[in-house]
Design a protein around this ligand. Structure first.
Ligand SMILES: [Zn+2]
Length: 473
């Protein structure tokens, strides 16, 4: 046995809540913002942005925000599936507690969210979302502008709607604005990126030639033979063509995000706006021989970009090396905007990242947690094992628990691509992380914020949309 006790999870939570509520090692708000913009770019793995080392010219605008703001080198999503991950951002709870384990599931209305907390504090709350099936995660938004039919709304039209809302706004209140882009996700479908950007990427591929293939193999862990395969599932698209499409979609979102930023900053000149840019999860693209997302919890699936920026210099430029989690965003954004989390503090899984934004290293030793979505009948038919998959990611080692099959342990310093499974090698971290993970998960399922997870159903109105987006095949 390790020093970890059965109450470890709860004790950590109490400590975290204590610090948020001001009764622990209190952190005074170091900045206050009038407005907050949260941008989630669906399916964007961190290592495809220039700010995270990618050499292709895909993200000049996002890179500029990262250079002038805080960039978190290792931010971990709670899941590799869209609705569970977004719901963890909004609730600061992991999926086992908030109960949204699938797309199309509605978050229970009495669970506090970032939006409901800001709304209660007098902020106007508005969501502009490029798909319909995320409505169940958007509790607490006054303005709920979702794509109205199956499929997704391209970034340009989502930005148009958000800018129209900004132009029509009256009153002096601050706002919380959530903008969600789906274009990058669509690179695995028949949707085509803007022609000029796709041509730019193809030209870049031709110029780089074998250098690009070396990058994908060496830096992203994509097996050489996998790269050479023709993938018939998507219009006979070769794998290098897939990268061109994926990167062109990132470039299209980058261009539209710049337009949103310029429009918003010019219409809110007298107020201070906090920008938070992240992704709900990454994408396989061939790493671990898997193209999509949802099935695994490897680094390409759950390591996401996280950039915090303000135009007035309140967020100092820095790179934060310490690992953080999506569940940290709610308490962080609330503290930065001076919004209280309630008289008794909310029971949040996350902690405020404001000390890290101020350059103060945190002494928190709790690993990051992530959870795979359950396999449904269609996925079981597609070869997914019917198993629980959980992650405990500490600063150096990452443990992946499989309820069926062999667990995995990776040394993230020696093996950041997670290719060399060290399970059974007798490292002390193996037992420590396995025990922490088991207790963490047990605590969460014994303290759910929702009803029986067995009763969770995808509402029929979403089925058509999820099919159109390729989720159900
Ligand atoms: Zn997603």
């Amino acid at each position: 046995m390790t020093a970890v006790t059965r109450a470890f999870g709860a004790a950590i939570l109490v400590a975290i809540v204590g610090s948020i509520a001001g009764c622990g090692p209190a952190t005074e708000p170091s900045a206050a913002f009038d407005n907050v913009v949260l941008v989630t770019i669906d399916t964007l793995r961190a290592d495809h942005l220039g700010a995270y080392g990618y050499p292709r010219p895909v993200s000049p605008f996002i890179d500029s925000l990262a250079a002038e703001g805080a960039r978190f080198e290792r931010a971990i999503a709670s899941s590799s599936h869209t609705a569970p991950s977004h719901t963890s951002i909004f609730t600061a709870q992991h999926p086992a507690r908030h109960g949204v384990l699938f797309n199309g599931v509605r978050l229970e209305p009495d669970i506090p969210t970032l939006a409901s907390t800001f709304r209660d504090a007098g902020f106007e709350t508005a969501a502009f979302v490029s798909v319909r099936f995320l409505r169940g995660s958007a509790r607490g938004f006054d303005i709920r502008n979702f794509h109205s039919k199956a499929g997704f709304r391209p970034a340009g039209r989502t930005v148009d709607r958000a800018l129209e809302w900004l132009g029509d706004r009256e009153g002096e209140s601050g706002f919380l604005l959530w903008v969600h882009f789906f274009d990058v996700h669509s690179s695995n479908s028949k949707a085509r990126p803007p022609a000029d950007l796709l041509e730019e990427m193809r030209q870049d591929s031709r110029q780089r030639g074998e250098e690009l293939e070396r990058l994908l193999v060496n830096d992203q862990g994509i097996p050489t033979d996998f790269l050479a395969q023709e993938e018939q599932r998507f219009e006979g698209m070769g794998n290098l063509e897939r990268f061109d499409r994926y990167d062109a979609q990132i470039a299209s979102v980058d261009r539209e995000l710049r337009r949103l930023f310029e429009g918003l900053e010019s219409s809110t000149q007298d107020s201070r706006t906090l920008w938070v840019v992240t992704a709900d999860h990454g994408e396989g693209l061939g790493s671990h021989r898997y193209i999509g997302h949802g099935r695994h919890l490897y680094t390409e699936q759950i390591r996401v970009p996280l950039i915090v920026y303000s135009g007035d210099g309140q967020i100092e430029p820095r790179t934060v090396e310490q690992r953080v989690q999506h569940v940290d965003l709610f308490p962080t954004i609330a503290e930065l905007a001076g919004v209280a989390l309630g008289p008794d503090g909310l029971e949040l899984e996350g902690r405020s990242l404001v000390p890290l934004l101020d350059g103060v290293a945190s002494d928190s030793a709790e690993p990051a947690f992530a959870q795979r979505r359950p396999a449904d009948n269609l996925r079981l038919r597609g070869g997914w094992p019917d198993e629980l998959v959980l992650v405990a990611e500490a600063e150096r080692f990452k443990y992946i628990l499989h309820s069926v099959g062999e667990d995995e342990l990776y040394d993230l310093v020696a093996d950041p691509l997670e290719l060399d499974n060290l399970i059974g090698n007798g490292r002390p971290e193996e037992q420590q992380l396995a025990e922490w993970l088991a207790r963490k998960y047990q605590w969460m399922v014994e303290h759910p914020l929702t009803g029986s997870l067995d009763e969770v159903q995808i509402e029929s109105e979403y089925v058509e949309e999820l099919e159109a987006l390729g989720y159900l095949n």
